[in-house]
Ligand binder design. Structure first.
Ligand SMILES: [Zn+2]
Length: 963
C-alpha cells in the first residue's frame, strides 16, 4: 500500500479493520468472488522482469544525450566558458566522496563540448557557511568559485553551476554571487525498483546480489537534491543480541550487502536509512519471552506486545540498534514506525483515535507518551553510542480519518533528545467540494496539506524544541501510481512553503512509489533550499528553466494547468485504493449490470503466504466502491471532468513543444508521461460517466434509453481510440503502467489490446443486441431495478408512532405485520427461535423492528445505500447497545417484554441521502447472532476482506420497498 492500515475508522461502516500485518488479507484472499468476468477471456499475463527496461535507462550516463543547446553569443552579464574550462579542486576531500561530483562535472563539460584545459577556471574551496550543505558560488569573468564548509555543500554547488549553464542554454554563467542553504536537512527517498520485503514477492534486497543503486541512478538522485534513501530491515533478520541470540540467522550476509550499499551511496552524498517497524510484538509462545516474561507482559491473540518497562527490554532495544550501527559504518539513520502499523509495543494496541489505556499491567499505569518514550530512548541511545552522526526518525503512522485522541499531541512534547518525530503531512486533510467538507486519510498530493492536525503537532514540536519531519509523497501517490511522476510541482510548492512556516526540517519523500527521478524530485530538492521562491509562479519558471530552456515558459504554463487540474482529484481515500485513475485504461466496460467488484489499485495478484497467487480479475462495475460514502457519482464526475479538461489543456501546450525536433529524448519522454496521464484521467472520467449513464438508463423509458445508449457508445469509441495512443506511448517508455508497490505493471500494451478487444465487442455485438431488446419493448433492467424483484423482498409498512419510546411496540405496529426470520443457512434447532424482525417507517426514518431477542444477541443490518455501492453495517445488541465503533450512525431503542427483548434501530432517510417523501427501494440483509450461532435473512457468502470496503456480497441482499 500502502501500508496495511491497522484500525482506520473508516467512513465505510462495516469494514473489518483490525488487521495485523497482511495476515487477514492473506487468509481471506483465497475466497475469490464468483463472477470474475471469466467470460471476457483471461487478460494477458504480466510481462516478465525483463520488461523493466527503465533500469537500463537509469544506468545510462546522465548527460549521454548531450545538452540540447543551440548556438548563441555570450550576453553582457555573463561569463563565457566556451573556450574551455579547467577545474581546480582545492576543497579538501580526504575520503574522496566528491570524486563522483567532479567526474560528473567533467562529463557535463564534455557533453557541452568544452575543452578540459581552457582558460576559464571552476574552483572549489573551503569557506564558512551557516549550515551543513550550504554553498556560495562567485562568478567573475574568468573564474567561478564554489565555496562551502563541507563536501556536501561543494557537491550541491557543482550541480548548481551545471544548472546555471543549462538555464542559460549554453556555456555561460551569470556574473555575481549565488548563495543557498537548506532548511530541509534530510530529504529521504527510496529506490524505485527495490524489493518491498512484503507480498507478493517477499524479496529482501539485502539477500540478493542485485545492484539496486547503480552509479548513474545515484547521480540522478544526487542532482535532484536527494540525500537519503530508505530500505526495509527487521531486527529479527539483522541483529545479534544477548537477549535474542537466536535472531540474525543470515545477519552476516545482510550486513555485508548493507555495508556495500551504504558505501556506494555515500559516494554521492546519499545516506542510507534503515526502515523498521520495531520492536515487533512477540509471538505468544516465543522462547525469548519464556526466558524473559517481562518482555511481553500482556497477551493479545497470538502475540505478546513488547513491553518496554524492564532492564531486559531496554537491553534488547539498545543492543539491537547498537549492533546494526556498529556493524555498518556510516549508516545514515533509522526510520522506525513506533506506532501505527502492525503490532509493536504495548501502546501500539491502542488506536490513535482511542483514549483507552493499554491492558498491560505496567504500561496501563503510565501515560501513553511514556510507553513510547521508554521504547525509543534505548533504541536511540544504542544507535548514537555506535554512531553519533546517525539520525533517528520516529514515525507515527496515524492515517485515520477521525481526529487523534489527545495523547497523540503529547508525543512531540515528550520526545527523547536527538530524535526527530515524523507524522504524515496530509492525514486528516480536508477540502470543501460542492459546499460539503471532505476528508482524506493519507497519501495526498492533489490536496497538498498540511492537515490541521499536522500543523498542531508541528507547533507542539516547535515549542518543545523537537525536530520535526514530514512524510509526504513526491513524484506520485496512491492517487495515481502507474506513472513515474505526476508533473504538478505547484502542489509541492504549497507543501514546502507550509513546512517552512512550521519549522519542519526533515522530509521523507515517499513510500514505495513516487520516487522516480524527474521534475517532482527536482522540485522537492529546489524547494528545500533558501532563498525560497516568493511565488508559485516564480517557482514554476525557475524549475522549468534548466531542463526546458527556450520552452521553459510554455512548460511552466502547462504545469500550472496540471497543478490546478489535479487539485480536483476527489478527496476520498477509497478513490485512491479502488478507483479508475491508475489503470482504467484496462478496465472492461460492462454494458449490463453484473455487480462485479473493483480490484485493488496497488496490487496485481492475490497472494497467499509466500506465493504469488492468481492475478486479480479486471475491475468490474461496482463503481461506488471507489467513492466511499462521501462523493456521489455526479460529484466525482464533475471533479474529474475539470481535472481532465485542465490536464488536456496543459498537454496541448506540451504538444507544441514536442514538435521541436531539437528536443532531448528525455524531455520527449516527460511529455509522454503527461500525455499518458491525460489518457488515464480521461479514461477514469469515462468509466465514471459510463456507469452513471448506465444507472440512469435503468430507470428511463425506452426512447430515452436509446438516447443514453448512444452516449455510452461514444464513450466506448473514445476509449477504444485512446488505447492505440497509449500503446504507442508505452512502447517507448517502460515506466508507464509500472507500479512500484505492485512490483509489476498495472497496464501494458498487451493488456490494453485485450481491453480494446472487449470494447470492440461491446460496440459491435453487445450494444446492437441491447438496442434491439429495448426497441422490442423488453424491460431489460426489470430485475436489477427491483421492478420484478428476484429472490426475497420485504415491504416496509407506514407506522407513524413507531418511534415513540413511551408506547409498547406491539401497540404501534399494525396487526398484519409481516414478520421475518433469520434462519439461513439452516433453521435453528435450539435457542433464539423466537427472534423475528420487520421494517416499518414513519415520515423521516425507517426502523428495523425486532422481537424475541436475548439481551446479548447481536442484530446487524447490512444495507446497500445505492446500487453499486459498498454496504453499510448497522448493529446493536438485543438489549439496545450499539456494538461497533465502525457501525454507521443510527439510533437504537430496546425494552424487555414478555417475549424477550424487543426494540428497533432507526435510520433517518436523510442520513442516506434519500428523498423522505418518496423513499426509493433499497437492498438489505439482516443478521442475528445468538448463543446458537449466526443466522441471517438471506444466506451469506461474503467476499474476502478488502481494505476500507464492506465484504458483504451484493448477491446476498433482498429488496426493501417503501409504500
Ligand atoms: Zn507493557
Amino acid at each position: 500500500m500502502m501500508q496495511f492500515i491497522r484500525g482506520i475508522t473508516a467512513l465505510v461502516g462495516c469494514a473489518v479493520l483490525v488487521i495485523t500485518g497482511g495476515n487477514a488479507w492473506m487468509a481471506a484472499a483465497q475466497n475469490l468472488p464468483k463472477d470474475t468476468l471469466q467470460d471476457l477471456g483471461a487478460p494477458p499475463p504480466q510481462p516478465g522482469d525483463e520488461a523493466w527496461t527503465f533500469i537500463e535507462d537509469l544506468k545510462s550516463p546522465l548527460w549521454g544525450n548531450g545538452l540540447g543547446w543551440s548556438q548563441r553569443a555570450v550576453a553582457a552579464d555573463e561569463a563565457d566558458l566556451s573556450r574551455g574550462v579547467r577545474v581546480n579542486a582545492t576543497f579538501p576531500d580526504d575520503e574522496g566522496v566528491l570524486k563522483t561530483a567532479y567526474a560528473d562535472l567533467a562529463d557535463f563539460c564534455a557533453a557541452a563540448k568544452l575543452s578540459a584545459d581552457g582558460p576559464y577556471v571552476i574552483e572549489t574551496a573551503k569557506a564558512q557557511t551557516p549550515v551543513f550543505e550550504a554553498y556560495r558560488i562567485e562568478v567573475t569573468a574568468d573564474r567561478c568559485r564554489i565555496l562551502a564548509a563541507d563536501t556536501e555543500g561543494i557537491r550541491r554547488g557543482i550541480f548548481k553551476v551545471e544548472d546555471m549553464m543549462r538555464e542559460a542554454g549554453g556555456p555561460f554563467l551569470k556574473l555575481g554571487t549565488v548563495e543557498r542553504k537548506p532548511f530541509i536537512k534530510s530529504r529521504i527517498s527510496r529506490c524505485f525498483f527495490g524489493p518491498i520485503k512484503r507480498p507478493p514477492r517477499y524479496r529482501d534486497e539485502l539477500m540478493d546480489d542485485v545492484d539496486y543503486y547503480p552509479d548513474q541512478y545515484l547521480n540522478r538522485l544526487a542532482h535532484e537534491g536527494i540525500n537519503g534513501l530508505w530500505l526495509t530491515i527487521t531486527f529479527q533478520d539483522l541483529c545479534k543480541t544477548s537477549v535474542a541470540p537466536e535472531y540474525g540467522e543470515h545477519a552476516e550476509r545482510r550486513l555485508a550487502k548493507l555495508r556495500k550499499t551504504v558505501e556506494q551511496c555515500r559516494r554521492y552524498g546519499i545516506r542510507i536509512y534503515i526502515f523498521s517497524i520495531e520492536p515487533k510484538a512477540w509471538e505468544a509462545d516465543s522462547p525469548i519471552v519464556k526466558r524473559h516474561p517481562e518482555l511481553g507482559r500482556d497477551r493479545i491473540g497470538n502475540t505478546r506486545p513488547f513491553c518496554p518497562w524492564s532492564d531486559v527490554s531496554e537491553r534488547y532495544l539498545y543492543e539491537s540498534t547498537h549492533f546494526i550501527f556498529s556493524q555498518v559504518p556510516h549508516l545514515g539513520g533509522l526510520i522506525n514506525i513506533s506506532h501505527g502499523e502492525r503490532r509493536t509495543n504495548c501502546q501500539s494496541v491502542i488506536l490513535p483515535t482511542s483514549d483507552r489505556r493499554s491492558s498491560c499491567p505496567v504500561c496501563s499505569t503510565k501515560e501513553p507518551w511514556e510507553n513510547i518514550y521508554a521504547t525509543l530512548t534505548p533504541m536511540a541511545k544504542g544507535m548514537h553510542d555506535a554512531n553519533p552522526d546517525a539520525h533517528f526518525i520516529a514515525w507515527f503512522y496515524m492515517p485515520q480519518d477521525d481526529p487523534p485522541a489527545d495523547w497523540v499531541y503529547e508525543l512531540p512534547k515528550h520526545c527523547p533528545e536527538h530524535i526527530t518525530v515524523q507524522f504524515n503531512f496530509e492525514s486528516g486533510v480536508t477540502k470543501d467540494v460542492f459546499g460539503r467538507g471532505r476528508r482524506g486519510a493519507d497519501y495526498w498530493i492533489s490536496t497538498p496539506g498540511p492537515s490541521r492536525r499536522y500543523e498542531r503537532l508541528a507547533s507542539f514540536a516547535k515549542e518543545a524544541g523537537t525536530s520535526m519531519s514530514a512524510k509526504i509523497q513526491t513524484g506520485c501517490s496512491h492517487e495515481v501510481a502507474t506513472v513515474p511522476f505526476v508533473p504538478v510541482p505547484g502542489m509541492l510548492y504549497r507543501k514546502f512553503s507550509a513546512m517552512r512556516e512550521l519549522d519542519v526540517s526533515n522530509v521523507m519523500l515517499c513510500w514505495y512509489f513516487g520516487n522516480y527521478p524527474g521534475i517532482m524530485n527536482r522540485a522537492a530538492g529546489e524547494l528545500s533550499f533558501e532563498p525560497f521562491p516568493e511565488t508559485e509562479a516564480a517557482f514554476m519558471s525557475r524549475l522549468a528553466g534548466p531542463e526546458w530552456g527556450r520552452h521553459a515558459e510554455t512548460v511552466a504554463r502547462a504545469m500550472t494547468l496540471f497543478t490546478e487540474g489535479y487539485g480536483h482529484y476527489p478527496l476520498v481515500t477509497e478513490f485512491q485504493y479502488w478507483g479508475p485513475m491508475h489503470d482504467g485504461v484496462v478496465w472492461p466496460l460492462l454494458l449490463r449490470p453484473r455487480d462485479v467488484p473493483l480490484a485493488p489499485t496497488w496490487q496485481i495478484a492475490w497472494h497467499t503466504g509466500q506465493h504469488i497467487g492468481t492475478p486479480f480479475a479486471p475491475s468490474g462495475d461496482r463503481i461506488g466502491e471507489a467513492l466511499g460514502q462521501v462523493y456521489t457519482l455526479s460529484e466525482a464526475i464533475e471533479e474529474c471532468r475539470v481535472m481532465s479538461d485542465l490536464w488536456d489543456q496543459g498537454v496541448a501546450l506540451l504538444r507544441s513543444v514536442e514538435a521541436d525536433p531539437g528536443l532531448l529524448p528525455e524531455r520527449r519522454l516527460d511529455i509522454g508521461v503527461a500525455r499518458a496521464l491525460g489518457i488515464q484521467f480521461r479514461s477514469g472520467l469515462n468509466i465514471l460517466r459510463f456507469y452513471d449513464l448506465r444507472e440512469r438508463m435503468v430507470n428511463e423509458p425506452p426512447e430515452k434509453q436509446l438516447v443514453t445508449l448512444k452516449e455510452m457508445r461514444r464513450i466506448v469509441e473514445e476509449e477504444h481510440k485512446s488505447g492505440t495512443e497509449l500503446i504507442s506511448l508505452c512502447e517507448r517508455d517502460s515506466r508507464l503502467g509500472f507500479h512500484s508497490e505492485a512490483e509489476g505493471y498495472k497496464y501494458f500494451p498487451e493488456k490494453i489490446r485485450w481491453r480494446m478487444n472487449q470494447l470492440k465487442n461491446v460496440l459491435e455485438k453487445e450494444i446492437p443486441v441491447l438496442e434491439r431488446e429495448i426497441t422490442s419493448g423488453k424491460d431489460v433492467f426489470a430485475v436489477y431495478a427491483g421492478r420484478t424483484p428476484a429472490g426475497v423482498s420485504l415491504h416496509s409498512r407506514y407506522c407513524g408512532e413507531i418511534g415513540d419510546r413511551t408506547r409498547e411496540l406491539s401497540k404501534s405496529l399494525p396487526e398484519d405485520t409481516a414478520w421475518q426470520v433469520c434462519e439461513k443457512p439452516a433453521p435453528r434447532t435450539a435457542g433464539a427461535k423466537n427472534f423475528r424482525w420487520t421494517v416499518c417507517h414513519d415520515r423521516d426514518a425507517f426502523y428495523v423492528v425486532y422481537d424475541g431477542a436475548d439481551k446479548s444477541d447481536r442484530i446487524m443490518l447490512m444495507l446497500e445505500p445505492r446500487r453499486l455501492w459498498t454496504c453499510l453495517r448497522y448493529d446493536m445488541s438485543g438489549s439496545g447497545e450499539k456494538l461497533s465503533q465502525h457501525s454507521h450512525k443510527h439510533d437504537v431503542y430496546a425494552r424487555e417484554g414478555a417475549n424477550g427483548w424487543q426494540g428497533w434501530m432507526r435510520l433517518p432517510f436523510v442520513s442516506l441521502g434519500m428523498d423522505a417523501a418518496a423513499p426509493a427501494a433499497l437492498r438489505i440483509n439482516v443478521r442475528h447472532v445468538s448463543s446458537g450461532g449466526e443466522r441471517s435473512w438471506i444466506a451469506r457468502d461474503p467476499w474476502p476482506y478488502r481494505l476500507r470496503l464492506c465484504n458483504e456480497n451484493p448477491e446476498d441482499l433482498g429488496w426493501l420497498f417503501f409504500k
